[in-house]
Design a protein around this ligand. Structure first.
Ligand code: HGY
Ligand code: MN
Ligand code: MN
Ligand code: MN
Length: 408
């Protein structure tokens, strides 16, 4: 059923290709509510309004673009526009652009959501999917579902000390009302997220598209290591309590513990020394840990093991170390019935498990949810090397339209 792609996705992505480029890191840095992400939100709203969709931004900062008057049992598709620092062009925006292009495609086929007995269709953009600014991944979908306490979310602070509530208010949403939105959630009949694959699965399978099987459970923790800040030149080596030395040992133990645990993945991608001077022994080091495993109990055991080794390293260096859990996302399966429907509507599409987290994973326990992955020829993501061939990007619009037409 997939018609010749109308090259809308590549055209749409071309419109935002210069938004949030990061000259220093390469790729894109589009933290939530940054100028870049706000520009992308405006781009999406304008594109949706040009298509006659009714657009609103809710108190959680989620943008909804409606096609059709009915709100009950709606079909919703979308993704996110925020990025990791130095991220790729497709992680998030591909799903948003494909949703816009799929609306064009449906209309070209004479399919009008919300008319002729068809359900309404909503396109959504979720804020802070990457958790790059406020530390909690999928903050928008966690707020929608109530998976995060509203007050905790309001008081999350970014590196400059802005709270999520302050930035929400500064961008036109009243933080007094953010939080679980049971009413909006109840209106969603099914949610579909199309996303660039963030690995090599589809390259190896030789397919442009896959239906998601599951999402790997994952979590984020923060180590805070405290030592004795001091002068780099006047402090003898024997007199030091240097938290950077403990941090270095934690990074190595993360690799060792995870490499020894089948199917585990663990990463330290961010370390923040205080004060961070070349000629200064740090007084404190904050270090963030990302651990993933199909079995949530094993994830916890891996973290525990790393924590034990961190405590020994800290004691040996005369430092102290504390560990705080920042967010947990249990391993998520998708609605089997919807998954079967997606495979029926996309004949030959393989099933692919995702090592990456997504808003669809947060929604999955609350409503029938499915995901589609589009081939990434480099298999690299969260990096400027993330890629999607134009032909696959445009094909995605037709494939998503096939799915939406079949479900509407
Ligand atoms: O971190 C993740 O897995 C996702 O890309 N936010
Ligand atoms: Mn993503
Ligand atoms: Mn991502
Ligand atoms: Mn000095």
């Amino acid at each position: 059923m997939t018609s010749e792609p109308a090259n809308t996705v590549t055209t749409l992505l071309g419109e935002i290709a210069d938004v949030g480029r990061d000259a220093q890191r390469g790729g894109y840095s589009r933290p939530v509510y940054s100028t870049a992400e706000l520009d992308l939100r405006s781009w999406f709203i304008a594109a949706a309004e040009r298509r006659g969709l009714e657009v609103l931004t809710d108190p959680n900062g989620i943008i909804w673009a409606w096609c059709g008057p009915e709100r009950d049992d709606s079909l919703v598709t979308g993704s996110h526009l925020d990025s990791v620092p130095g991220g790729g062009a497709f992680d998030g925006p591909l799903g948003v652009a494909a949703a816009l292009a799929a609306v064009d495609e449906l209309r070209a086929r004479g399919v009008q959501p919300g008319q002729d007995g068809k359900r309404s269709l909503a396109l959504t953009v979720f804020p802070e999917e990457e958790g790059s600014r406020f530390g909690i991944a999928c903050l928008g979908s966690r707020l929608l579902t109530g998976a995060i306490d509203a007050d905790k979310a309001r008081n999350l602070r970014d590196a400059e000390g802005n709270t999520f509530a302050e930035l929400s208010a500064r961008n036109g949403v009243d933080p007094a009302y953010l939080g679980a939105d049971a009413d909006s959630l109840a209106h969603i009949g099914q949610f579909i997220e199309l996303h660039v694959e963030q690995g090599r699965g589809l390259i190896d399978m030789g397919s442009p598209i896959a239906v998601a099987g599951s999402i790997l459970g994952h979590g984020r923790w923060k180590f805070t290591i405290s030592g004795q800040g001091n002068h780099a030149g006047t402090t003898l080596m024997v007199d030091r309590a240097d938290p950077m030395v403990v941090a270095a040992q934690i990074v190595l133990s993360v690799r060792k513990v995870a490499a020894a645990q089948e199917d585990a993945r663990a990463t330290v991608g961010r370390i923040q020394p205080t004060p961070g001077g070349t000629n200064v022994i740090a007084s404190k080091v904050e270090l963030w840990l990302d651990v993933r495993h199909p079995d949530d109990a094993v994830t916890a055991a891996v973290v525990e093991k790393i924590h034990g080794q961190a405590q020994i390293a800290a004691a040996n260096e005369g430092c102290t170390v504390t560990l705080t859990e920042e967010s947990l996302s249990p391993t998520t399966g998708f609605d089997a019935g919807l998954q079967a429907e997606l495979r029926r509507l996309l004949p030959g599409a393989p099933v692919l498990d995702s090592g990456a987290g997504h808003d669809a994973g947060v929604l999955a326990p609350y409503l029938p949810t499915g995901m589609l992955f589009i081939r990434n020829p480099t298999g690299v993501s969260h990096s400027p090397e993330e890629a999607v061939e134009n032909s696959d990007a445009d094909y995605a619009a037709g494939a998503l339209a096939d799915v939406l037409e079949g479900l509407l």
